[in-house]
Ligand binder design. Sequence first.
Ligand code: HEM
Length: 258
Amino acid sequence: MSALAVKSLTPEIAPKRTRKPARLHPLPLRTMHWINAAAIFIMIGSGWRIYNDDVLFGWLQFPDALVIGKWAQYGLQWHFFGMWIFVLNGIAYLSYGIATGRFRRKLFPIRLRDILATVGDALRFRLAHDDLTVYNAVQKILYLGVILVGILIVITGLCLWKPVQFSELASLFGSFQTIRVIHFLCMAAIVAFVLVHVTLALLVPQSFVAMITGGPTLNGKPLAVAASEPVNVSVPAPVGEPARVAAPAADPMPDSSE
Ligand code: HEM
């Protein structure tokens, strides 16, 4: 090797990697998550307004205080506005989750053994979420489930919006009224998810804060270094206790650094 080549490898003149440390929830993920939360809020409030105009169940009418839009027509306009945000953001989130491998690492595998253990812990009020880097089996199912329901609600929404153009798709579900019921049930599932999800986020405030700030950094080291060794992250401890250190090694490759 020539003297010049050796010199070019010395640390003094080698270009330094100055990437910021990777975070548990990278900025793109947080941005998409909160855009999605806002879009869901608009979709549900305006959907309830549209529903009130032609109810599916005689006993169910949503109170005016909870709906978005003064009249059904306004509700419809809000619904389409929210729909574009929800769909475009959803496509970005799905592409990101697949392309970065986040879905594979965070949401899989789901083992029956883990589900039973998590449900057992929950029933004994021992469900812990000390290690923010790992989703428990029930979380994985809920997140995957809501993603699938999100896809189904968009497909049924398309069939309701353009029943002629999407007639082939609509025929898979049955009559127009059946599609309305499926669309409604998807909404009910998302509302149930959000109620449980927000309650749990408030019960484990450090997970809520992490979805805003990005959460713990991975050793404070650049991505390349952090990825090549087991991950240690500091988990915020309750006031008065020393910070705990979790060693999950479950997400050694965070999606990206900020
Ligand atoms: C104001 C409402 C919401 C709050 C406070 C909230 C809070 C959170 C928090 C704290 C996490 C991280 C969980 C953890 O680290 O254990 C999270 C993740 C997640 N949330 Fe929400 N969320 C909200 C609305 C929604 C809505 C409306 C949806 C979908 C319908 C949703 C879907 C998800 C999904 C799929 C994840 C996993 C993201 C990933 O890791 O790829 N959230 N949320």
